[in-house]
Design a protein around this ligand. Structure first.
Ligand code: 5GP
Length: 206
């Protein structure tokens, strides 16, 4: 079976990373398409696993050589989808999961209309704010700033194909797996099944 391209987006603080890492534990038919970035690695981040960490020069070279499908500048750093990361997964028959911000997702959809965009929503604004507060790591100003940022990102959700509400981790992971499975069952991903029944040779008027 061939793999499909998925973009999973959610504003920071929405639990996207947790949902994805749980999903990968439960499903080996999908892989994470590692992006490139010029930002410095954070503690625990591994080159080639979380990102390909590149210098600005190396990143710009990749853009010039058309090795980057889309890219953006975010907080002073480049972030971009590597063509090779996506190709390697799809060639291996796996679903390629991109974890990119909302505008990058729109660009991917323009380039690959068959890509499926999945947006993860919080149960409510109140719960999102409460989650940010409960983490206790953010100042009040930061919480307000992040809530504002989240609102502008959620505005893009209307352009997505699927919505998941992150109310409960397990059911959010189940929802994501269901979306991946549904895509595998689409008729246009299973033409060989129709060939097996010679469907295209049967006269429909009979
Ligand atoms: P962070 O620095 O927190 O890892 O990522 C910052 C933002 O960049 C996140 O919203 C993340 O989804 C986004 N991002 C990561 N990789 C890419 C990419 O390849 N393309 C785009 N457009 N955004 C990305």
């Amino acid at each position: 079976m061939k793999g499909s391209l998925f973009v999973v987006a959610a504003p920071a603080g929405f639990g996207k990373d947790t949902i994805l890492s749980e999903m990968f534990k439960r499903n080996d038919t999908a892989g994470y398409a590692v992006s490139a970035t010029t930002r410095a690695p954070r503690d625990g981040e591994v080159n080639g696993v979380h990102y390909r960490f590149l210098t600005r020069e190396a990143f710009e070279r990749k853009i010039a050589e058309k090795e980057v499908l889309e890219y953006t500048e975010y907080c002073g750093n480049y972030y971009g989808t590597l063509k090779k990361s996506v190709d390697d997964l799809l060639k291996a028959g796996k679903d390629a999961i991109l974890k990119i911000e909302v505008e990058g997702a729109m660009n991917i959809k323009k380039m690959f209309p068959e890509a499926r965009l999945v947006f993860i929503l919080p149960p409510s604004w109140e719960i999102l704010e409460k989650r940010l507060r409960d983490r206790g790591t953010e100042t009040e100003d930061k919480i307000i700033e992040r809530t504002k940022q989240a609102r502008s990102e959620v505005a893009f959700a209307k352009n997505y194909d699927y919505l998941i509400v992150n109310d409960d981790l397990n059911s959010a992971v189940d929802d994501l797996l269901t979306i991946l499975k549904a895509e595998k069952l689409r008729r246009d991903n299973n033409d060989e099944l129709l060939d097996k029944f010679n469907v295209n040779k049967i006269d429909e008027r009979l």
